[in-house]
Write a protein that binds this ligand. Structure first.
Ligand SMILES: *[C@@H]1O[C@H](CO)[C@@H](O)[C@H](O)[C@H]1NC(C)=O
Ligand SMILES: *[C@@H]1O[C@H](CO)[C@@H](O)[C@H](O)[C@H]1NC(C)=O
Ligand SMILES: *[C@@H]1O[C@H](CO)[C@@H](O)[C@H](O)[C@H]1NC(C)=O
Ligand SMILES: *[C@@H]1O[C@H](CO)[C@@H](O)[C@H](O)[C@H]1NC(C)=O
Ligand SMILES: *[C@@H]1O[C@H](CO)[C@@H](O)[C@H](O)[C@H]1NC(C)=O
Ligand SMILES: *[C@@H]1O[C@H](CO)[C@@H](O)[C@H](O)[C@H]1NC(C)=O
Ligand SMILES: *[C@@H]1O[C@H](CO)[C@@H](O)[C@H](O)[C@H]1NC(C)=O
Ligand SMILES: *[C@@H]1O[C@H](CO)[C@@H](O)[C@H](O)[C@H]1NC(C)=O
Length: 911
């Protein structure tokens, strides 16, 4: 190997939150000291959409942009699930105040956006890591690799601190001699000075006791190689300097596993890292791996309990985490169905001990995401027929999903049901972070579709449900469909009926499914309007329907007329809701008595029972009355009344043809056959009894046919009792006086047309899904491939977009090495080789001058020659081309380059 090797590796970073400190704004969830970094977590609800951070030190204010953070040791990540933005700042970051590598203070500004106004909070955090620094430490953050190695030289007191600006400018010149050369795949690249390296986004820094090297991923000088099949990114830098007469070389290798993680069929997230990340690491004695999550290492038993597995085979460390293990975050997602994925913020510490017992600690932060896994939701039909309602359970809904609405047979309802609908949704919460919803919809809900099957005497109820589930916090909808059906045995409703003196009373006790039938009187639907029109008395409540149909109202049929009474029949029809077929009927026939009655039948018969007590002389009998045609006598008579039944246009009836009606009129007269009627007796007759039937002309088919009369409707009959106009004036006359009483029957004015009946479904506005634009950033974090099979979590760009680059000049050391100080890297023994010699030997370079040694002054030209040789060596193939020069010794004190010195070429292995 050409040079001693400082081997350094980096690891991934991701953190989690403990408690909260004081004197900090409320939204700052956490400011914590972790092993090697400050961790600040702020609520996004507090910061607004685009929180920013600035690092602050004595030299100024430096916005933490995406680019700047990768160079200077900051990591900003948004954790959408808890709704936090997290800033991790390495203790070795550019602007942390470092006191003796033991106490670190980070001053920073949090710029939050409160309702459009930017507010800057100046914050600070001081940390003293309890974990001592290892000789080599490597951090593989998500956005950079950072390597630090012990340099074992402390700054003299007083050179640190307040006068840092002045110091640093001095140091800039003091370190200007440092050159860095990157090596890639065995090829050595042109060396550059540190300001050039800084321009290329590499940062080298010298703290009190450590040399720090930091590089973003994907740099031009980085290279990728496969170690045991695992991709590893490597940056190999060689620092060298001639500043103190000795040429120092430090190899710094940053190498991090770039394994992206994989997901196996058994539900494990897997991640791999080689035990040996780079061949330059030699003499490895032991590797210890500790697993953690969210920035905190886990005790072995805890990790085992959670099912995490760390395995080594074939010099590769493989980590397996069950996809739903504790410590991960899950998120629902809609793409080709309902899916979910899990994210683990993996934190890993790998400790390597080489044969010299020098320890290297590697820390790695990586975000692992499972692919999009199907997350089916299901419905279960839990209907119990006896309850007369559907019960449907929608199950295993993840916690970030809520039921927002349901469509019942296409009708949209928001959830919870806010109004009188009989439907209800109840949420059922399970201890395993899932929940479900029980939906109940009564069979008689107006949105349920019913089909009556006459054969089975059963009713089929169907309900198609379209659940709208929304994924929080984006409010993205997902629809789940279910369809349920139930058969219930049902018969058409049956009315009870009782006769009363004045009519018939019908009663129907409601059953939940009676809405499936129409109730008709004749051809007309029974409605409150129809009842009012026909003089029915109707009351309908949730319990029962009561319908009282008074005698002689529309719908009656009469028969068996006799003086004692007659029979009246009323029929209620029950029709199928859908087909209008008559399914059943309720027919009730009741005997009625009536002192007076007139019925004008559709076949042209007038039937009259009239009270004739005032129309006959005292001692006379109603049996002795007749119609105008004196041969038309009563069919029946008793002491006060007589029953006549005759064809309309017989018995001397007069016919009066009106514009739209025809009226048949007759009169009941005390019989003239009985000549014994005295004048006195006839004077007792105070009543003329006219009977008439009126039919609408429009409904008549045969009017003047002697044989047959046909009318669509019964006629309106009336019995008119009038006072004779002049006492004693005999004979049947057209009544000229006002009727004293009129009996009118059958108010059969035909209703125009039955009002068309339709049950209008209640109106529900279509639900609106409020698209919340928030959490776009979350979408930005996730890339879904076209098959929807994998999720990649990509770093967020937005947070950084508005920052500008403002980079301070690179500084090698916080303290200026005084002239009397040995070179910081020259403690212990180092392989050295004199110019011109091919042998390396271990050389103890003392920290003070050795008077016995000769000091050789080089001329400017000689110095230039050595420099050129050095460069030739760096860019050439062979290590053996170095020219010889009298070696040994060292000069103390700064010698301007070019003045010349006694030089020895020394390559240093650190650690
Ligand atoms: C650090 O913050 C505290 C409040 O948390 C404040 O009192 C103190 O002055 C700050 N120190 C500096 C150096 O800003
Ligand atoms: C670094 O190198 C560049 C290019 O070679 C040169 O312009 C610049 O002056 C050098 N800076 C220092 C501090 O030597
Ligand atoms: C171990 O790794 C080597 C080198 O990558 C490979 O050739 C060998 O097949 C691996 N063996 C096993 C069992 O994976
Ligand atoms: C590892 O180091 C220990 C001492 O620290 C030593 O006893 C052991 O032999 C070493 N193992 C190897 C493989 O070098
Ligand atoms: C969650 O718990 C419920 C009730 O115990 C159970 O039915 C369901 O299967 C569980 N779901 C998962 C994903 O474990
Ligand atoms: C479910 O409801 C949503 C929103 O109204 C609609 O876009 C979708 O087409 C419905 N699905 C079905 C199968 O009706
Ligand atoms: C739902 O459950 C009811 C009652 O157990 C049953 O009669 C019906 O057939 C079921 N319907 C469907 C679609 O599963
Ligand atoms: C019931 O809700 C629907 C929409 O969900 C609405 O149109 C209707 O007015 C509501 N009815 C009452 C009585 O609130």
């Amino acid at each position: 190997m050409a040079f001693g090797v400082c081997f350094c590796v980096a690891v991934l970073q991701f953190a989690w939150f403990p408690a909260k400190s004081e004197n900090v704004p409320e939204g700052v969830h956490q400011m914590e000291c972790y092993d090697r970094y400050f961790m600040i977590a702020v609520d996004l609800s507090f910061t607004g959409e685009e929180p920013r951070f600035e690092a602050v030190d004595g030299t100024g204010v430096y916005p933490i942009t995406e680019q700047y953070s990768a160079e200077c040791g900051y990591t900003v990540s948004v954790l959408p699930l808890p709704g936090h933005v997290e800033l991790r700042a390495s203790y070795l970051s550019c602007h942390a105040d470092n006191n003796d590598d033991e106490v670190f203070t980070f001053n920073f500004n949090l710029i939050a956006n409160h309702e459009g106004k930017e507010i800057t909070y100046a914050l600070n955090k001081t940390c003293s890591p309890s974990l001592p620094w290892s000789p080599r430490e490597v951090t593989c953050e998500t956005n950079y690799m950072e390597v630090s190695v012990r340099s074992e030289v402390a700054c003299p007191s007083g050179t640190n601190g307040d006068d840092s600006i002045a110091d640093k400018s001095d140091q800039a010149s003091a370190t200007s001699d440092w050159q860095v050369m990157f090596q890639r795949a065995g090829e050595k690249l042109i060396p550059m000075n540190l300001s050039e390296a800084r321009n290329q986004r590499y940062v080298f820094d010298l703290t009190d006791r450590r040399l720090v090297f930091r590089t973003p991923y994907g740099q031009a000088d980085s290279f990728s190689e496969e170690v045991n099949g695992v991709p590893v990114e490597v940056v190999h830098a060689t620092l060298f300097s001639r500043q103190s007469w000795v040429v120092l070389m430090v190899d710094l290798v940053a190498a991090c596993s770039m394994h992206e993680g994989s997901y196996d069929d058994h539900g494990y997230m897997k991640w791999q890292t080689p035990e040996v990340l780079h061949p330059l690491v030699s003499g490895l004695n032991e590797t210890r791996v500790t697993l953690g999550l969210n920035g905190e290492l886990l005790e072995q038993p805890v990790a085992e309990e959670r099912g995490y597995i760390v395995e080594r085979h074939n010099a590769t460390v493989e980590i397996s985490i069950p996809y739903n293990a504790e410590g991960g975050y899950r998120k629902s997602f809609v793409t080709g169905g309902l899916r979910e994925f899990y994210i683990f913020n993996l934190y890993l510490e790998q400790t390597l001990v080489d044969e010299d017992d020098a320890e290297t600690r590697m820390r790695l932060h990586r975000t692992l995401a499972t692919p999009l896994l199907l997350r089916p939701v299901f419905t279960v039909n839990r209907t119990i027929l006896e309850e007369q309602m559907f019960t449907i359970y929608l199950g295993d809904i993840p916690e970030d999903i809520e039921l927002a609405a349901v469509q019942l047979n296409g009708q949209e309802f928001s959830v919870p049901f806010t109004n009188a609908s009989g439907c209800a949704v109840t949420k059922v919460v399970h201890p395993n972070n899932t929940h479900g919803y029980t939906l109940k919809v009564p069979f008689n809900d107006s949105y349920i579709i019913h089909q009556f099957s006459k054969e089975d005497e059963s009713m089929k109820h169907t309900l198609d449900i379209n659940y709208t589930l929304t994924i929080l916090p984006e409010n993205e909808p997902y629809y789940h469909l279910a369809s349920v059906m139930a058969l219930t045995d049902v018969s058409p409703p049956e009315f009870g009926a009782v006769c009363s003196e004045s009519g018939i009373r019908f009663k129907l006790d409601h059953r939940p499914f009676d809405y499936m039938w129409y109730i008709n009187i004749g051809s007309e639907l029974l409605t409150p309007e129809l009842a009012a029109q026909h003089g029915y008395i109707m009351s309908n409540d949730s319990q029962s329907l009561l319908l009282e149909v008074p005698l002689f109202t529309y719908g009656y049929e009469y028969k068996d007329f006799a003086l004692k009474g007659f029979l009246g029949t009323f029929e209620i029809l029950v029709r199928d809701h859908e087909t209008s077929e008559v399914q059943s009927s309720a027919v009730k026939t009741c005997p009625f008595t009536s002192t007076e009655l007139i019925v004008c039948s559709t076949d042209g018969r007038m039937t009259v029972v009239a009270n004739l007590s005032l129309a006959i002389p005292s001692g006379g009998s109603p049996a002795r009355t007749n119609l105008i045609d004196m041969y038309c006598g009563p069919k029946e008579a008793d002491d006060t009344s007589a029953l006549f039944s005759f064809l309309l246009n017989s018995c001397g009836s007069t016919v009066k043809l009106g514009k739209e009606t025809v009226t048949y009129q007759n009169e009941i007269l005390y019989s003239k056959k009985h000549h014994s009627v005295s004048k006195a007796a006839s004077e007792e007759i105070t009543d003329r009894v006219t009977v008439q039937c009126t039919y609408p002309l429009a409904g008549l088919h045969r009017l003047f046919s002697t044989y047959r009369f046909e009318s669509d409707s019964a006629g309106i009959g009336s019995i008119i009792h009038t006072m004779p106009s002049t006492a004693g004036a005999p004979g049947p006359q057209v009544p000229t006086t006002k009727p004293t009483t009129v009996l009118q029957t059958t108010p059969a004015t035909k209703t125009p047309n039955p009002t068309p009946v339709a049950f209008q479904p209640a109106f529900h506005p279509p639900a609106r899904y409020v698209k919340v634009p928030a959490f776009n950033r979350f979408r930005g974090m996730i890339k879904v491939d076209q098959q929807g099979a994998t999720v990649t979590v990509v770093p967020l760009q937005q947070v950084f977009e508005f920052f500008r680059l403002n980079t301070p000049p690179p500084v090698m050391s916080a303290c200026l090495a005084p002239p009397s100080r040995p070179d910081p890297f020259r403690s212990g023994s180092h392989p050295t080789r004199d110019l011109g010699s091919t042998d390396w030997r271990l050389n103890h370079i003392r920290s003070s001058a050795q008077p016995s040694r000769a000091i050789l002054q080089l001329t400017w030209e000689e110095d230039q020659a050595i420099t050129n040789l050095l460069k030739l060596h760096q860019s050439g193939e062979s290590d053996e081309t170095l020219a010889a020069a009298p070696g040994g010794g060292q000069n103390l004190g700064p010698v301007p380059p070019g003045i010349g010195s006694n030089a020895s070429l020394s390559s240093t292995t650190l650690g």
